[in-house]
Structure formats: C-alpha cells, structure tokens
Ligand binder design. Structure first.
Ligand SMILES: [Zn+2]
Length: 419
C-alpha cells in the first residue's frame, strides 16, 4: 500500500477509481449513468474515470443485448438516451483485461474455476483426491485442472492476474500455511499459498473454507445484499465465516469463526483439537456417522442423508439433534454479533429443514429474542461449489484492488486489499 502523503486529490481520485471498478465488478454490464447513481459520483467524474480505464485497456463499451440497430456510438457519448429511443451505452471489463482463478481443496476433492474480472464464471473443473494425499500431489492435480479449465474458457495462462485458494482449516494468511488439521493431514505445515504462487506465478490469496463459503454466498448466493451475515459450514469439520459491515472478519490471527471448537458438552468425546466436548464432536458428519454405527453399520454421508429423506428414524434423529446443538452454539454468536442472516452450508445442509428447524428452535430458546428475531436462518444455495466460488470472489477482490494502480497489474501487491 502507498502512503497517504501523496496528496488528498490523488488519493480521492484513487478511491473514486476503486468505486467505479467495484461497480463494474458487481454489475458486469452497467451504463455511466448507473455507475454515477450507484457510486454517488458526478456524471463528469464518472466519464473521466471511465475514459482513463478505457485508455488503460481495462474497460470497453458494449451493445446492450438485443437493443442495437447498428448505429455508431462515439466513445464519449452520453450514457442515457432512453427517451429519444437510443439505448444507453453499457460498459464492462474488457475480457482481455484479465481472468481470475479459484481453487478449493477439500477433504477428498479439489475444484477449480475461472472467471473474468466481472465475476462471470467461464469454466469449472473438479477431481476426487485421496483423503491421505500429500500436499504436493494435491497441487499437481490442481495444476492439471487449472490448465484444463483455462482451455475450456479459452483463456491464456498469461492473462490470469490472480488466484484465490481455499483450505479446510485455520490458515496463516501471510504464507497460506494450514494450521493443525486432521482433515488434511498431508498439508500440515505446508505453505500452500507460497507454493501455488510459485507454480502459477501470480499473487495467490489463501483463506479457509468457511470464510470462502461466506464470501461466495454474499457475492453469488443466499446472502446477496446482506451486510452482516454468518455462514456456517457443517461437514466433516464445522466452521463459521463472519461478514461484518460487508467485510469478511478474520480476527487477529485468522482463527475467527472456529465455532466447531466451542464447548458444548464438558463430558463429551476428545476432539481433534485436544479439548473435549467441542461442537464438532457432537454435530460434524463424522460424529453423526459414529453415532449411527451401532445401529446402521458403516454409512456414508450421502447414504445417511438419503435414509433420513426416506424416513429412517435413527438418521432423522441424529440430524435433528445436530441442528439443535449447532443452534445452541450459534446463539452466542447471535448475541455477540446480531447478524441479519445465518446461511447454513456444507454437506449436512442438504438435509434442509430437518437440520434447520433444529437450529431455529435452539436459537429461539438460547439467543436474545431481539437477536433471534433479527436473523433469517436459510440454507446456502451454492452447495459444493460455494468454496471455489468464494476463492474466485477473493481473487477478483484482490485483482480489483490491484486495478487501482494500473502499474500494479504487472507487479500486483500480494495481500493488498480485501473485498
Ligand atoms: Zn475441538
């Protein structure tokens, strides 16, 4: 980041440029008039900033889909001629301005996606991974998928200006190293972000799966338009992603939102973190399958969910109970943060209201009524794509920050700016 001492006019112009870029990023195709309306900037300021972005080769004018009669448009023409019958000229990022990559490593999969800088998804690919895979092996598979997805999207590797990387566990943001984790044992201590940065030769931002789920549901899913939301991922681990005041909150060391390790039963089983009776030992998918082993033998998560849908009492019971205990743990979060929305994602969210009714019931009992009433509890809509789309949102956000300074597109500042 630059110093603020380079003059208030220059920094104001930079801030305004950022606002125009964000409007383009959020809306894909937008007219100058709409940019002015959405940013509160004057029409002349918007026109001047757009001209600058055009001469940087970042922004192009487009025909409104289905509107044109092929009439010539001048580069600096007025943006809205609705009443005279002429459609407004729309602007968007030039497809050649750059592309972003999202990469999501899970317990047993890797998923990648490519988008342009307006967050339009161009291609996605996924592959299974051995649960005990070594980090190097996982990175190799990811690189192959990335090459395939770039080919699908028709995007040259040289046009990628940044990547986001998701890992299931607390992440040390500076180098993208995963902390203690029984979920990806082959990755502990590996500086995955640095390794990926070296292999792709672009800036790579790393975050954990719950934070990326929160970002994805905020950008593309159930949380669009929200400013204060909690995303809960309930899978083989449990974590929360916190959006506060429209921004992702990571805490001092990236540990914020580790709801899975909140105590729910002092007499409970020992957790992988070393404490006992954590939420994960009571409500993660692994804990539920353990509870069903005596009655049902070995089940997969998909089998448990299918049996529950078909009315199996034992499967329905453990999922409903999981919802209740998650709701009790989330009540503390509600009282502390007063969110407007709780989005529940992860494998167990596929159980729908069987899970969510338990969450809602416990929140009504255990949270302050004002906090419980303020928030809707809804399922995530992005399913297993949430993390990779969040990784893309992270990458596009960082790329947007890099576009603030035209020269930094060539040498972007790693870790600068957060969406
Ligand atoms: Zn724990």
């Amino acid at each position: 980041m630059r110093e603020r001492s380079d003059g208030s006019l220059a920094s104001l112009r930079r801030l305004n440029r950022r606002r125009v870029i964000n409007a383009l990023r959020e809306h894909g195709m937008i007219s100058r008039a709409d940019i002015a309306r959405r940013t509160g900037l004057s029409r002349s300021t918007v026109s001047s900033l757009v001209s600058e972005l055009q001469s940087d080769g970042l922004v192009v004018e487009r025909e409104e889909p289905g509107a044109a009669h092929g009439d010539e448009r001048s580069g600096d023409g007025p943006s809205t001629r609705g009443r005279s019958g002429r459609p407004p000229i729309l602007l968007s990022f030039d497809a050649t301005a750059g592309a972003a990559l999202g990469i999501d490593f899970g317990h047993s999969h890797v998923r990648v996606a490519v988008s342009d800088l307006s967050s339009n998804i161009l291609a996605e690919r996924a592959a299974p991974l051995d649960t005990d895979h070594a980090a190097r092996q996982g990175l190799d598979v990811a690189l192959e998928l990335i090459d395939g997805a770039l080919a699908d999207a028709g995007v040259e590797r040289s046009r990628v200006i940044g990547a986001g990387l998701g890992l299931p566990g607390p992440v040390d943001g500076a180098v993208g190293r995963i902390g203690s984790s029984a979920i990806l044992p082959g990755w502990v201590g590996v500086a995955a972000g640095e390794e990926m940065r070296r292999r792709l030769d672009v800036p790579v931002s790393v975050d954990n799966d719950a934070n990326l789920g929160a970002l994805a549901e905020l950008t593309h899913g159930a949380g669009r338009g929200a400013t204060d939301l909690v995303y809960l991922k309930i899978s083989s681990g449990i974590g929360a992603g916190l959006i506060l005041g429209g921004r992702l909150y990571r805490g001092a060391g990236g540990v914020a939102g580790e709801l899975g390790h909140v105590l729910v039963d002092p007499e409970g089983p020992v957790c992988r973190c070393g404490n006992r009776g954590c939420l994960e030992t009571a409500a993660s998918t692994g804990a539920l399958l353990d509870m069903l082993r005596r009655s049902h033998g070995e089940l997969t998560v998909a089998e448990m969910l299918r049996l529950a849908r078909d009315g199996d009492l034992g499967c329905r019971r453990v999922i409903a109970d999981a919802g209740r205990v998650v709701g009790s743990a989330a009540a503390g979060v509600f009282n502390l943060l007063n969110p407007q929305l709780l989005v529940v994602g992860g494998d167990l969210a596929e159980a729908g209201d069987l899970l969510l009714d338990g969450v809602r019931g416990s929140l009504r009992l255990a949270a302050l009524p004002a906090a419980a009433d303020a928030a809707d509890v809804v399922p995530g809509v992005l399913g297993e794509r949430a993390q990779v789309l969040g990784a893309l949102a992270l990458a596009v956000g960082e790329a947007g920050a890099a576009l603030e300074f035209p020269e930094s597109i060539i040498h972007p500042v790693p870790g600068g700016g957060v969406p």
